[in-house]
Design a binder for this molecule. Structure first.
Ligand code: 5GP
Ligand code: ZN
Length: 119
């Protein structure tokens, strides 16, 4: 999709810090991290949200998820991690290309703030 920033990241026309890539998915650091190591995992196929995600895209995306979580764990040594996904503007989605957030947690002073509130 020509006006999608995550499709542009996949094409390489917008730079990113890559964490993981295979034939089906790309993981990269969030530009405005909620904590150190905040990463996004996206399918290479443009899918708007969970409601429009074909099963094979979900299978490939979630097959990669533990690899991303463990790569972040190895690099940053957090004590825990939130994974989450927002679907629809009301639910806090701001980029309409499906993405799964990996938010490492380090304890009370990790700076984590939930920025998504129901509108
Ligand atoms: P959402 O609110 O849609 O669940 O999350 C969108 C996420 O994409 C936000 O955490 C935001 O910081 C991140 N983001 C938006 N634009 C860019 C970008 O150009 N590059 C990267 N790396 N992350 C982005
Ligand atoms: Zn896209």
């Amino acid at each position: 999709m020509s006006d999608c920033i995550f499709c542009k990241i996949i094409e390489g026309s917008i730079p990113c810090t890559k964490v993981y890539e295979d034939e089906h998915v790309l993981a990269f650091m969030d530009i405005a991290p909620l904590s150190k190591g905040h990463t996004l995992l996206i399918p290479k196929q443009h899918v708007k949200d969970i409601f429009e995600m074909p099963e094979d895209v979900a299978r490939n995306l979630y097959a990669a998820a533990p690899k991303i979580a463990n790569a972040i764990k190895k690099a940053f040594n957090p004590q825990g991690m939130n994974t989450l996904n927002n679907n629809g503007a009301l639910a806090g989605q701001t980029v309409f290309h499906y993405h799964l957030h990996f938010i490492p947690r380090y304890g009370e002073d990790d700076g984590y703030k939930v920025r998504w509130e129901a509108k």
